[in-house]
Design a protein around this ligand. Structure first.
Ligand code: F6P
Length: 383
């Protein structure tokens, strides 16, 4: 009899249920009645507290298209996992105890960066673990794609699409704030898909002057509106020059609730146009998975079951060059996949005139001005 535990941890996203379904269906197919699947409630909390239930095949029926997670989720920060409680017992100790008491063969863990770090910690503690890459941020190292990302991109794109009409009617600038603290994938791709004029991501610090200049240039060309897609983790050039501590303090002192609102306030006082903000927030994680994510999660889920069958534990199931592969958790844990500043998608966006607010489009102009000045000087000297 195989005994498998499953949990979903961290922020939810589309495709958690379809992944659970993919794993379970493939396992039931392989082992028939010779398998028990246990679902832990609210992610690592359930594993810590021994809060679980025996699932049946019926639990995994009809959930392909359902949003959220049938198991529930919670955030259990990795940094606290080894803090002892009043009895000197850590959360990590408790999880390992639950695993051993239940005599599990493997833990299947669905989550993003923090979750994967904890999954690797459990592996180091001797548990058999397989993780699956979840997050709308697409910032998990080791996989070309995380599940949830494509569906969230559809939603964020739809927001940018829809804001175009009112932006045009009122000749306004709209700042659309898109999720993603550490990486700008979602903002970059939904910005391109939605036809944003300016895209601001954490990887490319922006200058307010450059953003204003681009808005002004668009107006001069006869465009009455502009759309700025800004990642919630976007930073200005001034902020990029700060130490981690200084940056934290500066953000703590920020009076606006988020970067989108701060940007809008700043632009409102600098530009002639009215600037408004749209923040779709958790809508981006809402609802069921799109067709792409349904296929991806089914493939990843079946991939996890395959690894269990072959006892290839200690891996994350990943998508690489359209193949489902296993990547050692030790290689993945703690690594963030950010947007390379020379990524082809960044270059494509620049090539069609999308600004990243870094003033790159004005660099040649600066060089030309410098050259012209030098020429003038030479001329004057000769005279
Ligand atoms: O990691 C996914 C994510 O949606 C991020 O894009 C966002 O910054 C964060 O989670 C929000 O977390 P919470 O739901 O805890 O507010």
């Amino acid at each position: 009899m195989k005994r498998i535990g499953m949990l979903t941890s961290g922020g939810d996203c589309q495709g958690l249920n379809s992944t659970l379904r993919g794993v379970a269906k493939a396992l039931y197919q392989e082992y028939g009645n010779d398998i028990e699947i246990y679902g832990f409630r609210d992610g690592y909390r359930g594993l810590i507290e021994g809060d679980y239930r025996l699932m049946t095949s019926r639990d995994f029926s009809g959930i392909l298209t359902i949003g959220g997670t049938i198991l529930g989720t919670s955030r259990q920060p990795f940094k606290n996992m080894k803090d002892p409680d009043e009895n000197g017992v850590t959360k990590c100790d408790k999880m390992v105890k639950t695993y051993k008491d239940m005599e599990l063969d493997c833990l299947v863990i669905l989550g993003g960066n923090g979750t994967t770090k904890s999954a690797n910690m459990l592996r180091e503690e001797g548990c058999n673990v397989i993780s699956l890459p979840k997050t709308i941020d697409n910032d998990l190292w080791g996989t070309d794609m995380t599940f949830g990302y494509q569906t969230a991109m559809d939603i964020a794109t739809d927001v940018i699409d829809k804001i175009h009409s009112t932006a045009t009617s009122h000749s306004r600038v709209f700042v659309v704030e898109i999720m993603g603290h550490g990486a700008g994938w979602l903002t970059l791709t939904s910005g391109i898909a939605g036809g944003a004029d300016i895209i601001l991501i954490p990887e490319i610090p922006y200058s307010l002057e450059a953003v204003c200049r681009t808005l002004e240039a668009r107006r001069k060309r006869g465009h009455t509106f502009s759309i700025i897609a800004v990642a919630e983790g976007a930073i200005s050039k001034e902020e990029a020059a700060l130490s981690k501590k200084e940056f934290k303090a500066a953000r703590a002192a920020m009076k606006e609730p988020s970067i989108g609102f701060r940007l809008a306030n700043e632009l409102n006082s600098m530009c002639d146009q009215e600037v408004r903000v749209v923040n779709p927030g958790h809508f981006q994680r809402g609802g069921g998975p799109d067709a792409y994510d349904r296929v991806l999660t089914t493939r990843l889920g079946a991939g996890a079951a395959r690894l269990i069958k072959h006892q290839q534990y200690g891996n994350m199931v990943a998508l690489r060059n359209n193949d489902i592969i296993a990547v050692p958790l030790s290689e993945v844990a703690g690594k963030l996949k950010v947007v390379p500043t020379d990524d082809q998608m960044v270059e494509t966006a620049r090539a069609i005139g999308i600004s990243f607010g870094d003033g790159a489009e004005y660099k040649d102009e600066k060089k030309k001005k410098k050259k012209d000045k030098e020429k003038d000087k030479d001329k004057k000297k000769k005279e």
